[in-house]
Design a protein around this ligand. Sequence first.
Ligand code: F6P
Length: 414
Amino acid sequence: MAKSKTRCIGVLTSGGDCPGLNAAIRGVVKAAIGSYGIKCVGILDGFRGLVENRTIALDDRAVSGVLTMGGTILGTSRDKPHKMPMGGKVCDMTAVAVENAKRMQIDCLVCLGGAGTQKNANRLSVAGLNVVTLPKTIDNDIWNTDTTFGFDTALDIASEAIDRLHTTATSHQRIIVVEIMGHKAGWLTLGAGIAGGADVILLPEIPYDEEKVAEHLLERGRHGKRFSIVAVAEGARSLEEAKAAAEAESAKAARKKDKKDKKDNRDKKPKDDHEARAKKAAEIDDDYTPTETVMIKRGAGAPVEATYHSVQEPKASRLARALQRLTGTEARVTTLGHVQRGGSPSASDRLLCTRLGTTAAELIAAGRYGCMVAVKGDDIVPVPLDEVAGKLKLVPTDHAMVRSARLVGTCMGD
Ligand code: F6P
């Protein structure tokens, strides 16, 4: 067995779950214990568990039989160390998280999560904790990795759903607007839309014109097509919505700059490089989905606080009403929602998770911290975490997949 300076690693899953989390945990743990003799500790419910010292032993037995299991055996939450609801207030618990990890003798914390988790993990790294991350999300929107785990499984689920919607849409001569997850990125909708043969694909990256979409559907009718499938990303916006959002964003940016200028003037130069990096990490705004603090009951104890995404209305409903009005064709909405995140991971995701998890263990054993384990072509490689944090990988509007969709006659809404 190879000897390593790293003696103990903590593993946590944070943000929305997805198929493959357990396969990735298993990859990390089996390789860490079996090949390098490193002890593993599981931290429960994301960063909240680290702050509250809630852990489980992650030994070989704990990860046995989990390769094919959906969800996460560690539980997850959307709580962030630097903005954590605690006793009725939102507190910066970064120092507590770092201190707890050190007290547990964790030499490196492995964080499995999406774009938000990459930022939060980077904050802990800046604050002095050794961190390695894995790219998890059905959205496929993490910067500096070709793909993320969970995406392939969600793509299969969404594509199959579109297949099934075809038959019922034909029977009733309806427009079916199917809303697909993906947050601010259109990868999942684009992939599933192409694979499922959607007639219209609407992405957050390409604001759509309702009238053009309606005209495309009417044209299909003139060619004898009895139904239409519109695949719409949850983050897709009409031209008007995109304009209003851009105006709101620039007003927010101006307010933020003003506040920062005033603060910079107050404390002039940062004391050292460490502080400058910490400031940079803290500036990154990760509240891109409305959240709220709620009291939840876990087990027998008193209710505790948690950060939740606010419940959202399906955005596709407004679009379906507009298309029904503009085309005179009956429209229905199907929101795929969390079905896309449930169940067993695809074979491809199991393979990817095992490669990512075992590579993470290899890197940690060699003392390589401060990185995200990324997919680059056929390789699994470390990339600096601070280059990933705070960025989103969106669909380029001239991406080859967008071109292919257009070439098979799909309306992209523009
Ligand atoms: O990031 C994964 C994701 O499923 C997004 O596609 C979606 O916007 C969000 O999480 C939904 O979050 P929640 O599970 O809090 O509803």
